[in-house]
Design a protein around this ligand. Structure first.
Ligand code: TXA
Ligand code: MG
Length: 337
């Protein structure tokens, strides 16, 4: 998907004048601001409703420009860049001196990425510098993965322009890899680039210890990416039981479940109204559909959204992580009852 040059030029002007541009990427839509302009960054935080001490990712069109934002773009970074950029990967590296504390959340590190979307790459290329780009949603809410979702997530006005890039191919945010330790490599946020692929690229094991200590990052909050409705993830028996309870209480159930459960669900729901989304058991499809499905069921005003428990392995780590965070508040509330 491409858009006309005039639209890109308008967006570049918008960024240069310190305003914001919602831009498509292959993962989710980002809310872009000139990463070298402190006023633009302040506007970005205010628009997102995000605490100022959380870091944002800076986006670039090419590795040469990107590497200037780190004081140590080492051999590991080069290998990963070669293999996965443009693509759904963010590298956390020691920051260069010129990088604003408003980008890094006051830390010594910076998150950098080259997205793989023609509209994003055009925008970044013509802009020339780094574009700070958190997901284009209010803090703590679902990330938008389509033009429609992006326009519903934030108010579009003279300060916030929206570029249309269609639906996002990947559908969940980038895999974030920390290269802060000179020898160890760790994953700060799982995504669709799996740990095994990173290991293979670097010919080394990843550091699986909890590496999130001392790192402030909203994507790392236990509760994040949450829709308005409650969400629970359950195995098949528990989910069917819960469905029965909801229907008996006359509540509206939303389901996102494996297609292979469809007959069992139908047996229980009969002719009662449920909102059900059936997906094949494929992590790429779940990554692509999860936010869109949560959003659809939220908009359908379901009382509770029940989701199949996802397999606990490397390939499912991204969707399983986002689902866990979407469920966190609901589970806490149930524990308190
Ligand atoms: O796919 C993505 O990464 C999307 C698209 C728009 O590129 N962006 C995104 O941004 O998800 P955001 O702000 O919603 O999440 C960025 C995450 C933060 O939650 C934080 O975990 C991490 O990036 N991050 C950024 N800079 C960091 C740093 N210096 N140290 C640790 N984590 C950092
Ligand atoms: Mg986000």
């Amino acid at each position: 998907m491409t858009i006309d040059r005039g639209e890109i030029e308008r967006a570049v002007q918008q960024l240069k004048s310190g305003k914001l541009v919602i831009f498509p990427t292959e993962t989710v839509y980002g809310l872009g601001a000139d990463a070298s302009n402190p006023d633009a960054l302040r506007l970005l935080y205010a628009t997102k409703g995000r605490p100022a001490d959380h870091p944002v990712i800076a986006h670039f069109a090419d590795v040469e420009t990107l590497a200037l934002w780190s004081s140590r773009f080492d051999e590991r970074a080069r290998k990963l860049a070669e293999m996965f950029w443009p693509g759904p990967m963010t590298l956390v590296l020691p920051k260069a001196r010129h990088v604003s504390p408003l980008v890094t959340g006051g830390q010594d590190s910076v998150g950098l990425r080259i997205p793989n979307h023609p509209v994003a790459l055009d925008l970044l290329r013509f802009f020339g510098g780094g574009v700070a780009g958190p997901s284009a949603n209010r803090f703590g809410k679902l990330s938008p993965t389509s033009h429609r979702a992006a326009s519903a997530s934030l108010e579009i006005n003279s300060e916030v322009m929206l570029l249309d890039g269609g639906d996002c191919d990947v559908g969940i945010e980038s895999t974030i890899i920390s290269l802060l330790h000179p020898e160890k490599v760790s994953i700060l946020r799982p995504g669709m680039i799996a740990a095994s692929a990173i290991q293979a690229c670097l010919s080394m094991d990843l550091d699986l210890e909890n590496k999130t200590a001392n790192v402030r990052a909203p994507g790392l909050l236990k509760s994040h990416y949450a829709p308005e409705a409650g969400v629970l993830t359950l195995d098949k028996n528990d989910l069917l039981q819960q469905l029965q309870v909801l229907l008996a209480k006359g509540q509206k159930a939303g389901l996102i479940v494996f297609r292979s459960w469809q007959n069992d669900v139908r047996l229980i729901s009969g002719n009662k109204v449920i909102e059900a989304i059936f997906l094949p058991q494929d992590p790429i499809i779940w990554g692509h559909e999860l936010y869109a499905a949560l959003r659809t069921l939220d908009e359908a005003r379901c009382d509770l959204i029940l989701v199949s428990e996802l397999p606990d392995n490397d390939l499912w780590a991204g969707p399983a992580d986002r689902l866990r965070r979407a469920c966190f508040d609901t589970e806490q509330k149930r524990l308190q009852v």
